[in-house]
Design a protein around this ligand. Structure first.
Ligand code: GDP
Ligand code: MN
Length: 378
């Protein structure tokens, strides 16, 4: 789960990291009031779950409360990387002498958390990674020992020469690592970590992703969930306990089991098609889940055809068949539905579908090829 900058900053503050104060506003009036309370010289920052806000015009410096209001008016409602801005953070403007990058993420290959730091932080860090990889230092952390002082020292001296700054940065890295661990993050990033003209090191941006599997034991973090900030299809899928990932193709896929869902997407590609989504309706699928799945798939205007691929183990094929029949009664489904069902209660399922006027396949190859061909001509 992604959280907003202002929420990530809250986690960082709790860990002791120096972060400027600030608050969120949902309207230009609120932003103006916050800016006035902060003395007028502020930054107004779009709160959306994406990076690159600065480049998109979603981060603006203001020298008065009135100017902050104008920026908030421009930023609220703006779209950044396809996401609409509903909130802005109003925070004191800092004077910046230099910008560094400090991040921790899960490195699957190394099976550990890994720090990445660069003295060339700021809005162009992706470019630095591409053009000048030597400007980035990577430091894998052994989970048995955590971040060791010599590692923090090595990274901090990679960023700064001045011992005053090295000391502050080392401390911040320790605090960042603790925040990363305690909140089960897959990513915790400060970009930029700034040095002020009075040699203070602080975090003026914060980006955090939480491992979804940890959320049940992190209720305070789960409470950060902002359903306004995610695509409606994802909210709906989560509420119906469906694993769903939106993709760009036109073949809507509804499958039981993550492995079969992946195999189905592979087969769609093999026959020259493009999946519109990954969707795993899970093990014991009741008809309601199938209805929710169809609602999500049909809400995507790209979908030209819907493909069911069900291997009934714990999942009962008749439950799925009932779900499909029920869904077509409840919602207006335009794209044709191609169905392959095999396994538990297959005969009952085929009868239910036949009675409702559907035909069904038992071969996976055949159904995928047929669906892909239809989508290509549609
Ligand atoms: P991002 O573009 O989404 O990563 O948003 P950031 O919060 O990192 O802001 C982008 C850039 O705006 C930073 O790298 C800074 O150069 C600049 N910026 C952000 N906050 C301040 C501030 O308080 N003072 C100054 N002078 N610049 C800022
Ligand atoms: Mn940033």
């Amino acid at each position: 789960m992604d959280i907003h900058e202002y929420q990530a900053k809250e986690l960082f503050r709790k860990a002791g990291i120096p972060v400027p104060p600030g608050d969120v506003a949902r309207t230009a009036d609120e932003a103006e009031a916050l800016a006035r309370a902060l003395g007028g010289s502020v930054v107004v920052k779009a709160q959306v779950h994406t990076g690159g806000r600065g480049k998109a015009g979603g981060v603006k410096l203001a020298s008065s409360a009135e100017e902050a209001r104008e920026h908030a008016e421009a930023i609220l409602g703006m779209e950044i990387n396809g996401l609409t801005v509903h909130k802005v953070l109003v925070t004191p403007a800092e004077d910046i002498a230099s910008e560094a990058y400090v991040g921790v993420l899960v490195d699957r290959k190394k099976q550990s958390a890994t720090f990445m730091v660069s003295p060339e932080g700021g809005v162009d860090i992706e470019q630095v990674a591409e053009d000048n990889p030597d400007a980035i230092l990577k430091m894998p952390i052994d989970p048995r020992y955590g971040l060791l002082p010599h590692q923090a020292y090595r990274m901090s001296t990679f960023l700064y020469d001045d011992p005053k700054l090295v000391k502050q940065a080392s401390k911040i890295m320790g605090q960042l690592y603790r925040a990363f661990n305690e909140n089960s993050c897959s990513l915790a990033e400060i970009n930029p970590l700034i040095v002020t003209p009075d040699d203070e090191v602080k975090a003026i941006d914060a980006k955090v992703t939480i491992d979804d599997n940890a959320l049940p034991r992190l209720p305070e973090v789960e409470a950060y969930r902002d359903t306004d900030a995610e695509p409606p299809s994802e909210t709906k899928a989560r509420e119906a306990s469906l694993s769903f990932v939106k993709l760009d193709g036109n073949v809507g896929c509804c499958v039981n089991g993550a492995g079969l869902a992946m195999a189905t997407m592979d087969l769609v590609k093999y026959y020259g098609g493009d999946p519109a989504n990954f969707l795993d309706i899970g093990g014991s699928s009741n008809p309601e889940k199938v209805i929710a799945a169809l609602e999500i798939i049909t809400a995507d205007p790209n979908v030209k055809v819907i493909l069911f691929n069900i291997f009934g183990g714990i999942t009962r094929c008749d439950d799925v068949a009932n779900g499909i029949v029920e869904a077509t009664k409840q919602i207006d489904i335009e794209p044709p539905i191609y169905i392959r069902l095999t396994g538990t209660n297959e005969d009952e399922a085929l009868q239910i579908l036949k009675d409702a006027g559907f035909s069904a396949y038992t071969s996976m190859d055949e159904v995928v090829e047929t669906a892909v061909n239809f989508a290509a001509q549609a």
